[in-house]
Design a protein around this ligand. Structure first.
Ligand code: HEC
Length: 122
């Protein structure tokens, strides 16, 4: 009886330890101040300037330089009904499909909050 119990424990330990590598752990997003008003110009644009315009500027497809970002994002790349499904948020998010660089968890939250607040040209 003892032996079966021991075998059971060993088997469970093996199963549990092998599973732990498959468990999806979502990246912990830092808390964000939801009372703050997020601005395209001062909160979102610096993200684009820092890691997006090197590709999304000039003549190729999506333009994210300050003078073009708003017109290129709104209304086509935001979903005001379901902000989480906005292309400009979802695609370059940490778990998104973008082939280029992605937002950090915090940058993704900033973009999402800005969309949730109406994706204003503010
Ligand atoms: C190294 C070049 C490069 C950089 C830098 C880059 N991207 Fe991209 N992006 C691409 C390419 C190439 C595509 C085409 C689709 C793909 O490969 O994912 C794309 C596609 C996209 C799309 C989908 C556009 C569409 O109409 O389908 C979005 C949204 C996007 N990028 C946002 C961003 C954001 C936001 C940043 C900055 C965090 C960024 N990209 C930085 C190369 C880049």
């Amino acid at each position: 009886m003892r032996k079966i119990y021991l075998v059971f424990i060993v088997v469970m330990a093996v199963i549990m330890s092998s599973c732990s590598y498959n468990v999806y752990v979502p990246e912990e997003a830092p808390p964000i101040d939801s009372t703050k008003v997020f601005s395209l110009a001062t909160d979102v644009q610096p993200i684009f300037d820092g890691k997006c315009v090197s590709c999304h500027g000039d003549t190729k497809g999506l333009h994210l330089e300050a003078e073009n970002a708003y017109d290129n994002i709104v209304p086509n790349n935001v979903n005001l009904e379901i902000p989480e499904e906005s292309l400009i948020y979802e695609y370059p998010s940490p778990s998104g499909l973008h082939s280029g660089p992605k937002y950090t968890a915090e940058e993704a939250q900033i973009v999402l909050q800005w969309i949730k607040q109406g994706a204003l040209n503010n």
